[in-house]
Design a protein around this ligand. Structure first.
Ligand code: HEM
Ligand code: HEM
Length: 179
């Protein structure tokens, strides 16, 4: 195994705080409570922080390091179709698409949540329905995200969840590494 330091502390703290706060609002808090609003604002704050870190942050945390292009996405699809094992040190192109989807969806959930607290949009049905629809979309996305993380960990022999805890990806010595 060759060890590569990839995820800085901010990315890791961001990720697991997001998991906790998203799960709390999707599953636990009473949607009509102040707690729901505060936890929702923490989610927004975390995403905001991550957006800034995506510009000024450490090497693998920067969006510029993992913006997918048609070519890189096709390359990963070919890897999957042919069983070619390539390990991306940062996020994979398909992983990156999911990450942008999640970040944007969370922003929209926060925006529609906030709208429901304003005089103009309070009680307006389409806002509440959009909030719910976006939450359902986020939940389906998270299910796909977790399934993909497990599948890719199994396929490449790199324990991705562990890397999101320790910051270190342990890559099998014979694997081809994509920077
Ligand atoms: C137990 C559940 C989860 C596990 C095991 C998990 C695991 C992971 C792993 C391993 C990565 C890094 C993937 C890679 O190596 O490229 C990742 C990234 C990410 N995950 Fe999750 N995840 C979970 C739940 C969630 C949830 C609930 C959300 C949001 C609602 C989420 C949002 C993200 C985001 C935004 C990233 C990108 C991290 C960054 O670059 O800042 N994850 N996740
Ligand atoms: C990750 C962030 C969030 C998640 C996962 C989330 C999730 C949910 C869920 C599951 C519901 C219940 C929908 C239903 O009735 O079936 C809901 C309703 C609601 N949410 Fe959020 N929410 C989030 C953020 C926010 C924010 C930031 C605010 C406001 C500042 C907010 C305000 C509301 C309000 C006012 C309702 C309607 C409550 C009612 O039924 O009167 N949410 N949200």
């Amino acid at each position: 195994m060759i060890r590569h330091s990839v995820w800085d502390p901010l990315v890791r703290i961001f990720h697991w705080s997001l998991v906790l706060t998203f799960a709390a609002n999707a599953l636990i808090t009473d949607p009509e409570s102040n707690l729901h609003e505060w936890v929702g604002y923490i989610v927004l704050g975390l995403v905001g922080l991550r957006l800034v870190w995506g510009v000024i942050g450490a090497r693998h945390a920067r969006f510029a390091a993992f913006i997918p292009t048609p070519n890189t996405v096709l390359g990963q699809l070919q890897d999957l179709a042919t069983g070619r094992k390539r390990v991306h040190l940062g996020h994979t192109p398909l992983g990156a698409l999911m990450i942008f989807n999640l970040l944007l969806t969370l922003l929209a959930i926060g925006a529609t949540g906030y709208m429901m607290t304003t005089n103009t949009y309070w009680g307006v049905e389409w806002v509440e329905e959009t909030h719910e629809l976006l939450v359902s979309w986020a939940e389906m996305s998270v299910a796909a995200h977790i399934a993909a993380v497990i599948f890719e960990s199994w396929r490449t022999g790199v324990n991705l969840p562990r890397a999101m805890v320790s910051g270190v990806k342990s890559v099998p010595a014979d694997a081809k590494v994509v920077e």
